[in-house]
Write a protein that binds this ligand. Structure first.
Ligand code: PMP
Length: 285
């Protein structure tokens, strides 16, 4: 596999980053994941806009012009022959060669920019979409700026492990009795044809797939309510689903052992998945 590191395309075994890089020592970095379908990038503009926001919120420098970032994405998709899969991009604050809590001087410290690809043949035809996900609920023990897409992913990773140990697929996180989001996705329930999902704030990541799916839902005259919902409300819902760049729209069929509806992926989730895949391909680059 060819990867990109600070201006160079290299075999992955030759890529090098300083051990003093602040992402390694302090999780001082942000990232984006963009899906590739049929060799094209899905929702690319949205991912770059969110990257810019994450960088601004953390006073981090832009690592490259955004036109150049598109070119790097395309070049990696080309050389690695990615038909379906994803491109991972990470920007870190870099380092001035030592460990210090204080940010290094941005005048003299360059950010680190890394990109790599993952091939996922048949990404849009995942058998999981036909079965739906089993979810557990866990406390949301993350920090308070979940709107910034940082590489600080230890708790979400622990959440996935808790789900796995419970024989489930993923976890939804709960704060003050209400669902914030999934470990790596936004969470939705459907009750009486109404789609309910938490409103945007610092409490959740502003999903790029979420924005697109809600826009398509409204365009299709589906009713959307953006508000917090409790885990009990979720367990009593007709259906559930999640959205993310790599899962698109994925039905949820069970929460904490409680079956939703008839236990099969619901009609709203299935329809939104279809619409999202159709529509997002039209704007793919
Ligand atoms: N919430 C969290 C915590 C996530 O990690 C992700 C995926 N990165 C999402 C939501 C979904 O965001 P997107 O649709 O932009 O992939």
């Amino acid at each position: 596999r060819t990867v990109y590191v600070n201006g160079d395309y290299l075999p992955e075994t030759e890529a090098k980053i300083s051990i003093f890089d602040r992402a390694f020592l302090m999780a001082d970095g942000v990232y984006e994941v963009t899906s590739v379908l049929g060799g094209k990038l899905i929702d690319f503009d949205g991912h770059l806009a969110r990257l810019e926001r994450s960088l601004n919120e953390l006073d981090m420098k832009k690592p490259a012009a955004f036109d150049d970032l598109l070119e790097i994405h395309r070049e990696l998709v080309r050389v690695n022959e990615i038909e379906d899969g994803l491109v991972y991009l990470q920007v870190t604050r870099g380092s001035d060669g030592d460990r210090d809590f204080v940010f290094p001087d941005p005048e003299t410290t360059e950010p680190t920019l890394v990109l790599f690809t993952q091939s996922k043949p048949g990404l849009a035809n995942s058998p999981q979409a036909g079965k739906g996900l089993k979810i557990i609920s866990i406390d949301d023990l993350r920090w308070g700026r979940r709107d910034i897409k940082t590489v600080q992913l230890l708790y979400p990773s622990m959440g996935k492990m808790m789900a796995k140990k419970a024989g489930c697929d993923d976890a939804w996180m709960i704060e003050d009795g209400h669902v914030t989001e999934g470990t790596s996705n936004n969470a939705y329930i459907v009750k009486g044809n109404k789609i309910i999902t938490r409103q945007l704030s610092n409490d959740i990541l502003h999903g790029i797939t979420r924005a697109a799916v809600l826009r398509f839902a409204r365009e299709a005259q589906m009713e959307v309510e953006e508000r917090p919902f409790t885990i009990d409300e979720a367990k009593a819902a007709d259906e559930g689903f999640i959205t993310s760049a790599s899962a698109f729209v994925m039905p949820v069929v069970e929460i904490d052992g409680q079956t939703l509806g008839d236990g099969a992926p619901g009609p709203v989730a299935r329809r939104l998945r279809e619409i999202y895949l159709d529509e997002s391909l039209k704007t793919a680059v």
